[in-house]
Design a protein around this ligand. Structure first.
Ligand SMILES: [Zn+2]
Length: 215
């Protein structure tokens, strides 16, 4: 499929597109080949995203560990290098560390260090991914006024759920990035997306009215 073109940045929907942005960020799939997707973006959206992408890659990699070949490559060729190189990233990470209480095998309360999941970072990075892929599939820009809400899913979603079966499935980078999405045929601003990274890290995005918790 030929990716659609746009003279306007599909991320902010405002400034002229002068460059291409990878959605999802290519750095999330170190050492993997495959058909990566790019969408037209302005240089500001593109440049502003680099630090966020690198920081989120570190957090994702730290949570995934080195359990599969693709997550091992992500850590060794990407995340580990970033934390060694970037003082800002090290400082940000150390700032999110906190002592939490947990029970050990004997039932005793112990404390250990854990890091806080940076929700605003997930929101910024995956809002960009959602807007980019929305354009990639539909060929129209999701209006800047349409909200996008990102939620980190704690459990692996049941992708065989009959409701999700209706959604279109896609995969990129040797299946290291899979996603499903559905768009409301009555009002295309409403859409729902499930993103899966390295088959073990799941994120939900909703747009338009679906971001409302009440309706
Ligand atoms: Zn832009």
């Amino acid at each position: 499929m030929q990716p659609p073109k746009s003279a306007i940045c599909v991320i902010c929907g405002i400034r002229p597109a002068t460059t291409d942005e990878h959605v999802p960020p290519k750095g999330f799939f170190k050492g993997l080949s495959g058909q990566f997707r790019t969408v037209p973006s302005c240089s500001r959206c593109n440049n502003d995203s680099s630090y966020d992408d690198e920081a989120l890659r570190f957090y994702i990699s730290a949570q995934l560990g080195k359990r599969t070949e693709s997550t091992k490559l992500l850590w060794e060729k990407g995340a580990h290098k970033s934390i060694l190189r970037s003082t800002k990233l090290r400082f940000t990470f150390l700032n999110t560390l906190q002592e939490v209480a947990a029970k050990n095998l004997n039932g005793e309360t112990i404390s250990h260090l854990a890091f806080l999941v940076p929700e605003s970072l997930y929101q910024r990075v995956f809002e960009r991914v959602t807007r980019g892929l929305y354009f990639w599939h539909r060929g129209i820009i999701l209006p800047a006024s349409t909200p996008v809400k990102i939620n980190l899913l704690l459990n692996t979603p049941d992708l065989d759920d009959p409701e999700l079966m209706l959604f279109e499935s896609n995969s990129i980078a040797d299946d290291a990035f899979e996603y499903k999405y559905g768009i409301d045929p009555q009002d295309s601003c409403n859409s729902l997306w499930i993103f899966g990274l390295h088959k073990s890290h799941w994120i939900k995005a909703s747009t338009g009215l679906l971001t409302c918790d009440v309706c």
